[in-house]
Design a protein around this ligand. Structure first.
Ligand SMILES: [Zn+2]
Length: 282
């Protein structure tokens, strides 16, 4: 059988279950799938394939994963880099809620396209993005051949948007885009964070999760000093306790940041088999 793509004499990092590494390896792709990885033979340059790539001096490896991002903010990259965290939050919040409305819609779409191009060029094949209006992201990434997890951010204190409207948007997005583009595009449920979501918001999120039990829950956890304070003022011991209370501290959870986690938080999260996207640079 003739392969669609053959790459020969490349450095091949498989990241398979035996972590095999080839200093001079050949990779064959048929029908969009890798069918063979082996040590290169001297005549591999003449291999029968629609496209033969000389991998000399190149690295072949699985795609990278961007485990936490907000891709609709791509047009604002660099705009806030001289501000401290709270100034940035304040400045971005004002824009965030309105970014894809009316005259700015083109900017959101352009941002998603720029992100897709950057990721394709940089080797990032999967990303996990929490946005206000992720539809354009799902379509752009789906059409670009990338994998993407996208969800609508939900919060009752972060911005002044009726909570009913936010949940309606989240449901519409899930119904339209979950498991689309051959399964490469997946919807997520995104309670925004543990410092701007009240217990009521978490409980409503848990109800939504009950309707869509296969979806991942993507949030910001233990990012700011105020994180545990919000949980305490809502009758929980701390943020993890709040998530546990409403039934969301489990293996469906992807918690971004985790900057302020102590040993006990790490242990509890590990015990619950939840995942952490550690972004300490915030
Ligand atoms: Zn974030």
């Amino acid at each position: 059988m003739t392969a669609d793509i053959a790459i020969h004499d490349a450095y091949v990092l498989t990241v398979d279950d035996r972590n095999r590494l080839y200093e001079r390896g050949t990779v064959l792709v048929e029908d969009g799938r890798i069918t063979e990885i082996r040590t290169s033979q001297d005549d591999d340059a003449g291999i029968a394939a629609d496209r033969v790539i000389d991998g000399e001096g190149k690295l072949v490896m699985p795609g990278l994963v961007n485990a936490h991002t907000h891709l609709e903010l791509t047009p604002l990259l660099g705009a806030f880099s001289d501000l401290d965290l709270l100034e940035m939050m304040g400045g971005m919040t004002a824009i965030y809620g309105h970014i894809a409305e009316g005259e700015y819609e083109y900017l959101t779409e352009a941002g998603y396209e720029l992100a897709a191009l950057n990721f394709l060029a940089g080797g990032v094949t999967t990303s996990n993005s929490m946005d206000v209006r992720p539809s354009a992201g799902a379509e752009t990434f789906g059409e670009a051949g990338l994998r993407g997890f996208f969800g609508v951010a939900l919060s009752d204190l972060f911005w002044d948007v009726p909570v009913d409207e936010q949940f309606a948007r989240a449901r519409d997005f899930i119904d339209e885009y979950h498991d689309s583009y051959d399964g490469r595009i997946q919807a997520t449920i995104c309670p925004h964070d543990d410092w701007s979501c009240t217990r009521e918001l978490w409980e409503r999120t848990a109800d939504l999760v009950a309707d869509y039990p296969d979806l991942h829950v993507h949030t910001h956890l233990l990012e700011l000093e105020a994180s545990n304070t919000m949980a305490r003022s809502n009758g929980a011991t701390d943020s993890l306790d709040m998530l546990d209370d409403v039934g969301l501290l489990n293996d469906q959870l992807v918690a971004a940041h985790f900057r302020l986690a102590d040993e006990e938080d790490i242990q509890r999260t590990a015990d619950a088999e939840a995942s952490v996207a550690h972004c300490p640079s915030i």
